[in-house]
Design a protein around this ligand. Structure first.
Ligand SMILES: [Fe+2]
Length: 298
C-alpha cells in the first residue's frame, strides 16, 4: 500500500498542512497542530474542489504559503557531493546511512524506522528562492527524537545537525516555537548571525537582545550581527529571530538542539518554501529525507 506522503498533492511552506487524495475522488486537508494535540482532517468534496479550481491554488491562497521552484535532481546531487567533500576536509564524517543508495533503501526494513520517522539524513533547501547560492542551506540531520518527546520528556530529547553555509548564502529570518538550539562554527569562514527579539504577535521587536555565546552573556542591539569564528557558538532560545550567512568563506556549522521538527516548529518572518519539488533529470545519488516515502517500504 502506498503511504500517505507518497500520494501528496501538495503542502504548505511550513509542512503543517497536507492535501492527499482519497479513492472516492475527494481530497483530504490534514493540518498538524503547532503544539501537541491531534492533527485536524477536513474532507474537501467535489464542489469545494471545483470552486477552488485546483488543490494547488487552494494551498497557494493560504497566507503563509509559498511554493518552491522545482529543483533539478542533478543540482541536488552536486550539492551533496560538494558538501560531503567540505565536511570530510574538516575532519567530520557522516554516519553510514548517509551513503546508502536508492536501491539499498528499497531493501531496508523496520530496523531503520527511526531514521525515517525522525527525519534523519540529507536535507537541502533554497527556501523557494530559485537561487540556492544566494538563499539556501545544506543540512544533514545526524540524530533526532520525536516531537512527541517534547511533552513526554521520555526517549531522545535532543537533535544534532551538520550544515554547510556558503559565503553570503542566506538562511532567512526565522525563530522556533519550541526548540532551543546552539549554532556552532565548526570550521571555515566566519558565521554571521543577525538577531531580533520577537513581539507577542511575531514581528521583529526593537528591544535589546540578550545572548549567550559559549556560556558568556551579553546584550546586543536589535538587528545587530554577531560573528562566530571557528570553534565559537551561540545559544538561540525560543522565539528569538535569527538570520545567518557565511562571512569571508564557506562555513561548516553544527547545530545541537532540542528535538527538531521542521514541519511544525519554524516560524519564518517572511513566507518561504521549505521542501522543494524535485525535477528528476538524473537518478538520486543519495536520498533526501523527503524521498524516503518513495523508496522505504519497511
Ligand atoms: Fe534556527
Amino acid at each position: 500500500m502506498k503511504s500517505r506522503s507518497d500520494r501528496l498533492l501538495g503542502h504548505d511552506s511550513k509542512g503543517s498542512a497536507f492535501l492527499t487524495p482519497l479513492a472516492s475522488g475527494q481530497v483530504t486537508l490534514r493540518q498538524l497542530p503547532n503544539e501537541g494535540g491531534s492533527p485536524r482532517e477536513t474532507v474537501l468534496d467535489a464542489a469545494d474542489r471545483v470552486r477552488r479550481q485546483t488543490e494547488r491554488q487552494y494551498l497557494a491562497s493560504r497566507s503563509s504559503i509559498r511554493y518552491c521552484m522545482p529543483v533539478k535532481r542533478s543540482q541536488i546531487n552536486a550539492i551533496m557531493q560538494s558538501a560531503d567533500e567540505f565536511i570530510r576536509r574538516h575532519g567530520f564524517f557522516l554516519p553510514s546511512f548517509a551513503y546508502w543508495t536508492p536501491d539499498q533503501w528499497r531493501t531496508r526494513g523496520r530496523e531503520c524506522a527511526e531514521i525515517v520517522r525522525n527525519q534523519l539524513g540529507w536535507d537541502i533547501t533554497d527556501f523557494g528562492s530559485g537561487d540556492f547560492d544566494k538563499v539556501g542551506l545544506f543540512l544533514f540531520t545526524i540524530r533526532n527524537g520525536s516531537p512527541a518527546n517534547w511533552k513526554s520528556l521520555k526517549g531522545k530529547l535532543y537533535a544534532e545537525k551538520i550544515m554547510v553555509v556558503q559565503d553570503k548564502q542566506i538562511t532567512p529570518m526565522h525563530f522556533h516555537w519550541t526548540k532551543s538550539e546552539d549554532i556552532i562554527n565548526r570550521g571555515g569562514g566566519k558565521l554571521a548571525i543577525q538577531l531580533y527579539n520577537s513581539t507577542p504577535d511575531d514581528r521583529l521587536a526593537d528591544t535589546p537582545v540578550k545572548i549567550s555565546t559559549d556560556g558568556v552573556l551579553r546584550t546586543v542591539k536589535a538587528g545587530d550581527v554577531v560573528h562566530l569564528d571557528p570553534g565559537e557558538s551561540i545559544t538561540l532560545t525560543t522565539r528569538l529571530y535569527h538570520k545567518f550567512w557565511g562571512a569571508g568563506g564557506k562555513v561548516l556549522v553544527g547545530e545541537v538542539s532540542l528535538v527538531n521538527d521542521d514541519k511544525t516548529d519554524n516560524r519564518f518572518h517572511e513566507p518561504v518554501g521549505r521542501f522543494p519539488k524535485i525535477e528528476e533529470d538524473e537518478p538520486p545519488l543519495y536520498l533526501l529525507y523527503t524521498d524516503y516515502a518513495r523508496y522505504y517500504k519497511g
